[in-house]
Ligand binder design. Structure first.
Ligand code: PMP
Length: 306
């Protein structure tokens, strides 16, 4: 949980600074009102050296999110792509988590966020596993949240800082109930996602996942859909009810942090048999081959940093 910050450098607005020197001003608009965007990206130590998984897609999503809330990024997309590679290399990381963030300055503190300076920072650190590694085999428990995800559907699909308040509260609520993660529903009562993950269910050998209109269109979600289709599974994107989940043969979360993590229990109901389901295991194994560069068919998803 706590980051080893020794000798770490953070890229900020075009140059590297020591980890503890990259302070945000107390009056940053983003700190007060959540007016910023971020990404969560992961690098893997592959057969051919460190590689960032789907870097272009993550960076595109970052820029799209900024545009959506009228933040003009003072860098080109390619500069931020390059800066993420450099941040990894400068910190001598072969694998790790990369966190780009775009936030507003402190020139004024009205709600009006026009004409404020725009800052871009990128940190990277070792983060081997978000969940207990056993969770990948045994699965995790989730609890249906009372927090509604994306009550304003305009805010779905992007990593906008302010929207994450709901997610944190949902996660805390789930943990307080003794579960590992939250299951968030959308404003129409359909399943949306976890607090930081997309959800899939398997029923009669078919994969199903909520449509991208009511969840973050996760890069892992998109990758798993592609991989599953390439493996000849049917993948259906549709509205899913809580009952669909309860009666599923298998269920799993996807995300940059959790990769593919089985869901073994929802509230008090057990899903499938003990541990990861058969199709979940097939997808986990293929995903491991893809991120480690062993499956040459997905090489275009890896950006080698050296
Ligand atoms: N939903 C939410 C709310 C998230 O924060 C994340 C993590 N970025 C995901 C889904 C999974 O997205 P990705 O696969 O792009 O990490």
């Amino acid at each position: 949980m706590f980051i080893n910050t020794e000798n770490k450098l953070i890229w900020k607005n075009g140059s590297f600074q020591k980890w503890d020197d990259t302070n945000v001003h107390i009056l940053s608009h983003t700190l007060h009102y959540g007016t910023g965007v971020f990404e969560g990206v992961r690098a893997y130590d592959t057969l051919n050296g460190p590689a960032i998984f789907r870097l272009k897609e993550h960076t595109n999503r970052l820029f799209d999110a900024a545009k959506k809330i009228n933040i003009e990024v003072p860098f080109e997309l390619d500069e931020i792509i390059h800066a993420q590679c450099e941040t990894l290399n400068k910190n001598q990381l072969n694998a790790g988590y990369i966190r780009p963030i775009i936030y507003l300055g402190n020139e004024g503190l009205g709600l009006r966020a026009k004409e404020l300076s725009v800052n871009v920072a990128i940190a990277a650190w070792e983060w081997p596993s978000y969940m207990d590694p056993e969770a990948k085999k045994k699965g995790i428990s989730i609890a249906k949240s009372s927090y509604i995800q994306y009550e304003n559907p305009l805010h779905s699909g992007n990593k906008i800082i302010g929207t994450y308040f709901q997610n944190t509260m949902a996660l805390h609520e789930a943990i307080d109930k003794g579960a590992d993660e939250a299951l968030m529903m959308d404003a129409n009562g359909f399943i949306s996602e976890g607090s930081g993950e997309n959800i899939f269910i398997v029923k009669d050998f078919k994969l199903m996942t909520p449509t991208k209109d009511h969840c973050l269109n996760g890069i892992t979600r998109q990758s798993v859909i592609q991989i599953a289709k390439d493996l000849n599974y049917d993948v259906i994107e549709k509205n899913l009810t809580f009952d669909d989940l309860i009666s599923a043969d298998e269920a799993f979360f996807t995300g940059t942090a959790v990769e593919i993590t089985p869901i073994s229990k929802v509230d008090d109901v057990k899903i499938g048999h003990d541990g990861a389901g058969e199709i979940t295991k097939v997808l986990q194994n293929k995903f491991d081959e893809v991120i480690s560069g062993k499956d040459l068919n997905y090489q275009s998803w890896l950006t080698y940093t050296k």
